[in-house]
Design a protein around this ligand. Sequence first.
Ligand SMILES: [Mg+2]
Length: 289
Amino acid sequence: MTGEQRLPRPLTSAGSAALAALLAEPVAALVALDFDGTLAPIAARPEAVVPHPGAVPALVALAPRVGQLAVLTGRPAGEAVAVGRLADVPGLVVAGHYGLERWADGRLNSPAPHPGVASVRLRLGEVVAAAPAGTALEDKGHSLAVHTRGTADPTGTLQALRPVVEAIAADGGLEVVPGRLVLELRPPGIDKGVALTQLVAETADAAHASSGAGAVRSVLYAGDDVGDLPVVDAVTGLRQQGVLGVVVCADSVESPAKLRARADLVVDGPNGVVSLLQALVRALTSAPG
Ligand SMILES: [Mg+2]
């Protein structure tokens, strides 16, 4: 930490207004962050991912300074807590499986898996076994993900597998959601935009129950992938309800151009996100009140 870096300035007036509101009234702010590619560099295999060395210290410092801190990830919530070393971040809520699961205060709340996951698991495993070497099936319980990052031709393999993966998903009533060299089969109607809007409502409810206060007035969200795009639309919807929002793109060569184009602020991957969190901590520490 240099102590020199200042808060970056959002590219949009809506983003600037949200950041200003967050700084002016941090107790009414929700800060939500994607994990892979945002708080942690992408690795060849999901189990090999480790958080950026500055990520957890920055989260620990930021958590008591904002109304609610959350991690919103496609991973199972418990796995994100373990891989991300997030258990010691005070008051953190981890929304896993794109919001299907909640982890908070050491407790996991998880619904029953969609029956389609069980019905397609075997067939998908056979397809992956017959695919080029390095193709991997990740079983997340609530969803299944086919990864091609470990193959000789990751993009070509992904494209070749897509039609058959889509057919299998359709048979199970699941959706195929593409990501960074991954095709994920998951229950329909679940995305990070829906999850973020739910987190805003839950944060307001929790604050109301504990103190009688509690509207969320600003949201900051950072993500890096196509799975984060629904958040942009959710933030647009939240703005119409009077909640200011700033969407941060944790940029990399693999980030979708759409996310880069629609974000209010673009930073350089997990390094940039950690710097942003550190700058927020400094700004909220030096600010009076
Ligand atoms: Mg990500």
